[in-house]
Design a protein around this ligand. Structure first.
Ligand code: ZN
Length: 464
């Protein structure tokens, strides 16, 4: 082979393996792409390589100051399809919320939040957050450490630490007034980051009445914000528990509650045009310590049969175990999307099927990093999936303890570690809308809003 033929062959192979996303971009977008390149190069050159690709965004405040991070925060992002209830806003923002809610007390030892009417807290150790900060009992940095993955000490079991962390925030649900305020605060914050649609994966309650009340609080908060921001759309994916040892009746109860709720509570902001508010079902917990998905197949198959338009959005493929094959079950159960789907690369034929059926992977790179599934985000399989035509959308999972700015951290990490261009980024945003669980009318509304916001964003940055 002569060198010219070699180069020709090389071009063919390069194109065969290029990202399959790839929007056609206009001249203004090309300008923003070249700005994006400059911003990326600045980050590459100003940061120590090994540390950079670990993307410890929670502690690396130098990265928040970068032009790239600021651009990403400002960029319209479409939707966040995978975020858990009461984990919506990052710890540093939650501090502001808890400070202004004096009915909430914080335990100075473990950072646990309690409602003042609860009887379970130690009065000698629990105070309002203003009192704690004003009297110097703890600093803002101390609180952030107690409320996030920053506080984990080396070799501490990561899932055990993480699940204990999530318990800290449970009492936000104790009073429905507080909970209402929390969701209003969270929804406004998402909008300020260019996220117009949120799909909340919520483990509501085994108690049907309580599940009903909790859902209504979220809906009330959603409508309160939507009055001023009609672009906002919130949906709930009811989640059940699947950890080993959970009684067989428990996931069944959660599923039955979800099916009951979907008809009881609608998104009727425009009463003449109601939409689903409860859009599907999920199962959560640490996958490798949970009942395998195939054991739930009889229950879920029956649900698919009786309610074919009630979708599954199942957590699976969040595992380092080479034998973990729950993704086969998610495929057979016709899950619309899967939470994570990280280990799909272990099953090349299945990967092809996921690509063909366009089952979207909710790709949570920062969560995967903080929970130790990837040390170096350059090696995260999400980059691979983009090239192989598997549909992915970036999602934030548990911003409260994992992120500095919800979803922005995931975009920043992916742009830097996977070297994404403006066309890839745009496609990821569009995917988050196309593969969301809302109906076609809501989707076209979201696409319209996104296009407008994207154009304004491109307009502004193309002139810089
Ligand atoms: Zn999750």
């Amino acid at each position: 082979m002569d060198y010219n033929s070699y180069l020709e062959q090389r071009k063919i192979l390069e194109n065969e393996n290029a990202n399959l996303v790839g929007n056609v971009i206009n001249d203004s977008e090309k300008k923003v792409d070249s700005l994006l390149n400059n911003y990326k190069n600045a980050v590459y050159s100003e940061n120590e390589t090994d540390r950079l690709f670990k993307m410890n965004l929670l502690s690396n405040d130098k990265l928040w100051e970068s032009d790239l991070y600021k651009l990403i925060c400002e960029m319209p992002k479409g939707a966040d399809l995978h975020v858990h209830a009461t984990a919506l806003v990052p710890a540093h923002k939650l501090i502001g919320f808890v400070k202004t809610h004096t009915e909430l007390l914080v335990d100075i030892n473990d950072g646990h939040i309690y409602h003042i009417d609860e009887e379970t807290y130690n009065k000698e150790k629990c105070f309002t957050l203003s009192e704690i900060l004003d009297k110097g009992m703890l600093s803002v940095a101390d609180i952030e450490k107690k409320w996030s993955m920053l506080g984990r000490v080396h070799n501490q079991n990561v899932w055990e630490y993480f699940e204990n962390l999530l318990c800290i925030f449970e009492s936000i649900e104790y009073s429905y007034d507080t909970l209402f305020d929390y969701y209003v605060f969270a929804f406004k914050d998402y909008l300020s980051l260019g996220i117009n649609h949120i799909e909340i994966h919520a483990v509501l309650s085994e108690d049907r009445e309580k599940a009903f009340e909790l859902t209504n609080v979220i809906k009330k908060a959603y409508f309160a914000v939507k009055k001023e921001h009609t672009e906002l759309i919130v949906s709930i994916i009811c989640a059940g528990l699947k950890y080993l040892g959970v009684e067989e009746s428990v996931p069944k109860t959660y599923l039955e509650n979800a099916l009951w709720l979907k008809d009881k509570i609608l998104d009727d902001f425009y009463p003449e045009e109601p939409h689903r508010f409860i859009i599907g079902f999920d199962l959560v917990n640490e996958e490798d310590k949970s009942v395998p998905l195939k054991d739930f197949a009889p229950l879920l198959l029956e649900c698919r049969e009786k309610y074919p338009d009630f979708n599954l959005y199942i957590h699976c493929g969040e595992s380092l175990d080479a034998q973990s094959d729950n993704l086969i079950d998610a495929y057979l159960l016709d899950s619309k999307r899967v939470g994570h789907g990280m280990n799909l690369y272990r099953y090349p034929k299945l990967l092809q099927r996921y690509a063909e059926r366009e089952i979207c992977l909710e790709c949570c790179v920062i969560s995967n990093q903080t929970l130790k599934y990837t040390k170096d985000i350059r090696l995260h399989p999400g980059a691979e999936y983009l090239k192989r035509g598997v549909t992915i959308a970036l999602c934030s999972d548990d911003p409260v303890c994992q992120e500095h700015e919800q979803l922005c951290d995931d975009f920043f990490a992916s742009v830097i570690c996977w070297n994404l261009n403006i066309s890839d980024i745009k496609q990821l945003c569009i995917n988050s809308i196309l593969y969301s669980g809302v109906d076609s009318k809501q989707k076209s509304q979201m696409i319209g809003n996104f296009k407008k916001a994207w154009q304004e964003f491109i307009e502004k940055y193309s002139k810089m």
